[in-house]
Design a protein around this ligand. Sequence first.
Ligand code: FES
Length: 102
Amino acid sequence: MKFVKVAADQEIAEGGMKGVEVEGQEILLARVGGTIYGIEAICNHGYAYLEEGGLEGFNVVCPLHDGCFDIRTGQPTVPPCSEPIRSYPIRIEGADVFVGIE
Ligand code: FES
């Protein structure tokens, strides 16, 4: 796994989300409780960009059918989402955010 710089730490406010693309992988970053997490950016129930939905606590709410995933793990938490989406390791170095990809 390698870590790729994707954003500046200050670009992601508390309770905020930001979509990034790294080597063809679309990843959603979000900050909750001061920590930045990363999961796949696209809902696997239908096809929707989660960045266009909302963030409620650790739940990322899909804009299409209101299903949710846990931003910490990619696990589905509210139906109709039922299959996990990928979770990415995040590393902060100085003022930069790095995502770990295969
Ligand atoms: S497309 Fe996301 S819940 Fe249906």
